[in-house]
Design a protein around this ligand. Structure first.
Ligand code: FPP
Length: 253
């Protein structure tokens, strides 16, 4: 039984109350490496191995969607060497992990401005999506070259275009129409995360899923991503389980 002490009370992990959609801002790779006098990319390499472990753990727990913030539209500002390494990571990850994903019935999805990524990275992504397209278990959703403000601008443009083509009236624009034009639309009923986790002690959103996180529970873990384990994930879920979600109303849901 997995549990921990909260205000001197033992709280048990509830395997029946697992968030359907968990989104993670995987932070702290660079600091983890620097503490060890290693180049920053060593932190990303270790971070990739942690992605494998956490994917397996989330899938085993019955999570429906695991969204991982792997590269933001702002990350291009980093030194060229680091950007190049981060661009290689999807290929390294999928080359070594797709058989395990298929074995675990995990389907790969990628959201972001994928067409701006190097061709080789695009090929690796498309192959992984294709190889896992028949999987019906957890969706492993990578945010790659993703930025939520740009995502919203793209959605607004697309809606405006439909209005100007008379395919849509201004009065019919609704929250559902906006959501349908966001990059999470394909996730259907699981488009909005139930739980957002950010590692490494930082507490900000960094342009991640600004619309979709409106009613999510936020849990911040001090552990840097390369040290994050299945037990850390369970602790974050346990914190989620102790929260009372009211969605603006008065009763729990
Ligand atoms: C943030 O840490 C992390 C990133 C910008 C990259 C995340 C990438 C991975 C975890 C590798 C896995 C990716 C794939 C595609 C499998 P940071 O570098 O900002 O850390 P710092 O705040 O300590 O500098």
């Amino acid at each position: 039984m997995f549990n921990f002490k909260k205000k001197n009370k033992i709280v048990d992990f509830d395997y029946q109350n697992i968030p359907n959609h968990i989104a993670i801002i995987m932070d702290g790779n660079g600091r983890w490496a620097q503490e060890r006098h290693l180049p920053r990319i060593a932190g990303h390499k270790q971070g990739m191995n942690v992605v494998k472990k956490i994917t397996q753990a989330a899938s085993d727990l019955g999570v429906k969607v695991l969204t991982l913030y792997a590269f933001s539209t702002e990350n291009w500002k980093r030194p060229e060497k680091e950007v190049n390494y981060l661009m290689d990571l999807p290929e390294r990850f999928f080359n070594t992990f797709v058989p395990d994903l298929v074995k675990n019935n995990v389907k790969v999805n990628v959201m972001g401005y994928v067409d701006q990524l190097p061709k080789q990275t695009q090929t690796a992504i498309n192959n992984a999506i294709n190889d896992t397209k028949d999987c019906t278990g957890m969706v492993l959703n990578f945010a790659l070259n993703y930025g939520s403000q740009d995502e919203i601008v793209t959605a607004v443009k697309s809606i405006a275009e439909k209005v100007s083509n008379n395919e849509l009236s201004i009065d019919s624009i609704s929250k559902e129409i906006v959501a349908d034009n966001l990059m999470t639309a394909d996730l259907g009923e699981y488009a909005n995360p139930d739980l957002l986790i950010r590692t490494s002690g930082e507490e900000r959103l960094s342009n991640f899923l600004l619309w979709q996180l409106a009613y999510s529970e936020f849990v911040f873990d001090d552990t840097k991503w390369p040290d994050y384990t299945e037990d850390n994930l369970k602790k974050c879920i346990l914190t989620f389980q102790s929260r009372h979600r009211r969605f603006g109303g008065l009763t729990n849901k």
